[in-house]
Design a protein around this ligand. Structure first.
Ligand code: FES
Length: 99
C-alpha cells in the first residue's frame, strides 16, 4: 500500500522513465515498464525473469554500465539506468534491412 510519504525512485529502463516505490526490485520494475525480457539466449530466444531468487541467472541486465547484474537481486535506486539486452536485440532487428 502506498501513501503520500512513500519514497519513490525514478529510473530509466531501456530509455523509458519509470517511477517505483522504495524496496522495488529491478525485476519488478522491468515488469512495470513493460520490458519484453532481459536478454537473448545464444540461439536468439527471449529470456526473462524466471526464479526470482538469484538461481537461474535469466534476469541479467546492465545497470549503470555494469553488465550481468541480477535484476531480481537488485533494489531500485534513484537515477538508475537499466538496459536489457532484449531491447538492444529488438532494436538491432528493427534496423536490419533499413540500410
Ligand atoms: S530471476 Fe532467476 S536469478 Fe534472477
Amino acid at each position: 500500500m502506498s501513501n503520500a510519504s512513500t519514497t519513490r525512485f525514478h529510473l530509466v529502463i531501456d530509455g523509458r522513465s519509470v517511477t517505483v516505490e522504495a524496496g522495488t526490485t529491478v525485476a519488478a520494475a522491468l515488469v512495470m515498464a513493460g520490458a519484453g525480457g532481459t536478454r537473448r539466449s545464444v540461439s536468439g530466444e527471449a529470456r526473462a525473469v524466471l526464479c526470482g531468487m538469484g538461481v537461474c541467472q535469466e534476469c541479467r541486465v546492465t545497470i549503470d554500465g555494469r553488465a550481468h547484474v541480477l535484476a531480481c537481486q537488485t533494489l531500485c535506486r534513484e537515477g538508475q539506468v537499466v538496459c536489457t539486452a532484449a531491447a538492444a536485440a529488438a532494436a538491432d532487428a528493427t534496423t536490419v534491412g533499413v540500410r
